[in-house]
Design a binder for this molecule. Structure first.
Ligand code: AMP
Length: 431
C-alpha cells in the first residue's frame, strides 16, 4: 500500500530537533516569567470574525491565508493564523482586564496556520512563542517588551541580532500618511502587481510590504511615515528610542517597516539574524503596539504591545550556528543484559535508577554481542554502561563502567544509586 505523507507546508519535528524546540520554548517561557508574564492557552479554533475584525480585512492573512471552514453545525471557524486577536478575545470574554493588575502580561506558545507558499523558513503550520502586555500606554512598556524579546535571543546564544524599529503613529498620523500614499501611488498603480492594486483600494500602507522586485523602485521613493507623524507620535517614538539607548539595546530605524497586520499603531519592530550559512529565513520575530484592537473586538478602549517569535526560524539559525549541541539526547546509563534471562533483572535495575535516583536510563532489549551494546551506549550518549550477567544476578550486583575513562566497579544493586551519586559528585568536584 502507498504510504501517506504529511500535508504540504507542514513538517514533522522529532528526536534531537524536538529537544531543540523544547529547549528554545522553555528558555523563552522562563525569561518571560522573569519579566512577570503568565501563560495562556487560547483554543486553536476561533470564530473567523475574531481574525477578520482583529487582524483586519486588508491584511494578507485575512485576505488569502486563513484556514477557514464551516463545521458540522454550520459555524464559520478559522484555525488561528496568529495569537494576538484570539488572546484579546480571551481577555475580553473573561474580563481579565477588570480582575487583574494592569498591564496584564501574558505569554503563549503553540501552532499557527497560514496558507502561504511554502519555502525556506515559511510553513503552513508553524509555531509561535510570544507575549502581550495589555492595558498600559507608556512607551517604556513598548520598550520593556522589546528588551524581553532581545534578552531571549541573546540568552539563546544569538550574537549580533538586528532590531529594526519604526513608528506607524497614531490614527491621525496614519490617516494623513494613507492619503499621501494614495496620492503618490495613483500615478503608478496601473503598472504595479495585482496585489498592490487591491492593497491600494483596501489599505495603501500594505503596498510598502510588497516583495515584487519590479515594484520596489516605485515603493522605495514613496513618502515616508516620519513626515506625517503627529507631534504626540513623534515624541512617543523619541521616548522609545531614548529608552532603548539608555538600556543599551542596539537598533536601526527602518522607515519602510509597516508589518503585515492591520492592528498595529505607534511602535513596530522586527528581529533579523544572519546565521553562518547566510540562509535567509526572514524575520525571526516581530511585534508592535496596538491601540484599538481591544475595541475592534468589542472590548474596552485599552492599548497593548506584544511580539511573536517564529520557533522554526529560530531553531534553524541556532542549528546553522551550531548552538544546539547541548540539546542532543543523552543518558546517564545504558544497561546491557548478557542473555535474555538477565532482561527482567536489568529492567528492575533500570526502574530503581529512574525512580529512586532520577537517572535517565535505557536498556538493551535485543540479544546481541556486547560490542554492539557498547556501540549503542555511545550512540545514545550514555555516561555509564551497566553490565548484568549470570554472576551479577546471583550476587544481586552489577558491573558499572564509566564509558569515557573505562573505569569499572562491581556494585551491589542496593548501593547503585549511591555509587552513581558519588561518581557524579566527584566529577562535579573535578570541574
Ligand atoms: P507575524 O505574526 O506575521 O508578525 O510573524 C511573527 C513571526 O512568526 C515572524 O517573525 C516569523 O519568525 C514567524 N513566521 C511568520 N510566518 C511564518 C511562516 N509561514 N512560517 C514560519 N514562520 C513564520
Amino acid at each position: 500500500m502507498d504510504i501517506i505523507n504529511n500535508v504540504k507546508g507542514t513538517h514533522d519535528v522529532f528526536l534531537d530537533e524536538n529537544n531543540a524546540y523544547e529547549m528554545v520554548e522553555s528558555m523563552m517561557k522562563s525569561i518571560a516569567e522573569l519579566y512577570g508574564y503568565n501563560g495562556v492557552r487560547p483554543p486553536v479554533l476561533e470564530y473567523s470574525q475574531v481574525f477578520s475584525r482583529g487582524v483586519g480585512e486588508s491584511s494578507d492573512i485575512v485576505r488569502k491565508e486563513m484556514y477557514t471552514f464551516l463545521d458540522k453545525g454550520g459555524r464559520e471557524l478559522t484555525l488561528r493564523p496568529e495569537f494576538t486577536a484570539g488572546i484579546m478575545r480571551l481577555v475580553i470574554q473573561n474580563k481579565l482586564y477588570a480582575t487583574n493588575e494592569l498591564p496584564l502580561k501574558l505569554y503563549y506558545n503553540g501552532p499557527v496556520f497560514r496558507y502561504e507558499r511554502p519555502q525556506l523558513g515559511r510553513y503552513r503550520q508553524f509555531n509561535q512563542f510570544g507575549v502581550e502586555s495589555i492595558g498600559n500606554n507608556s512607551p517604556i512598556n513598548d520598550v520593556e517588551v522589546i528588551v524581553l524579546a532581545y534578552t531571549i535571543l541573546c540568552s539563546l546564544g544569538l550574537e549580533g541580532v538586528t532590531l529594526k524599529i519604526n513608528t506607524l503613529g497614531d490614527d491621525v498620523s496614519r490617516d494623513n500618511y494613507r492619503k499621501a500614499l494614495k496620492e503618490y501611488f495613483a500615478k503608478h498603480i496601473g503598472n504595479m502587481c495585482e496585489d498592490c492594486k487591491s492593497r491600494y483600494e483596501l489599505n495603501p500602507l500594505r503596498i510598502l510590504d510588497c516583495k515584487v522586485s519590479e515594484d520596489r523602485p516605485i515603493i522605495d521613493k514613496a513618502p515616508k511615515i516620519g513626515d506625517y507623524l503627529s507631534e504626540q507620535s513623534k515624541l512617543r517614538f523619541e521616548d522609545v528610542k531614548d529608552a532603548l539607548d539608555t538600556l543599551q539595546i542596539p537598533y536601526e530605524v527602518d522607515d519602510g517597516l509597516v508589518r503585515g497586520l492591520d492592528y498595529y499603531s505607534e511602535t513596530v519592530f522586527e528581529f533579523h539574524y544572519k546565521s553562518k550559512t547566510g540562509a535567509n529565513y526572514g524575520a525571526i520575530g516581530a511585534g508592535g503596539h496596538y491601540g484599538k484592537l481591544m475595541q475592534e473586538l468589542g472590548g474596552p478602549e485599552m492599548p497593548g504591545v506584544g511580539f511573536s517569535f517564529g520557533i522554526e526560524r529560530i531553531v534553524s539559525v541556532l542549528k546553522d550556528d551550531s548552538l544546539l549541541e547541548d540539546t542532543k539526547s543523552s543518558l546517564d546509563a545504558y544497561i546491557m543484559p548478557l542473555g535474555s534471562e538477565s532482561l527482567l533483572f536489568a529492567e528492575e535495575v533500570a526502574v530503581l535508577l529512574r525512580n529512586s535516583g532520577g537517572y535517565r536510563v535505557d536498556l538493551c532489549f535485543d540479544k546481541t554481542k556486547i560490542s554492539n551494546m557498547f556501540k549503542r551506549a555511545t550512540n545514545k550518549g550514555a555516561k555509564f554502561g551497566i553490565i548484568i550477567g549470570e554472576d551479577e544476578i546471583n550476587n544481586e550486583s552489577v558491573i558499572l563502567k564509566k564509558l569515557d575513562t573505562q573505569e569499572q566497579f562491581t556494585v551491589k544493586v542496593d548501593d547503585l544509586v549511591n555509587k552513581l551519586d558519588e561518581l557524579y559528585d566527584m566529577e562535579e568536584g573535578n570541574k
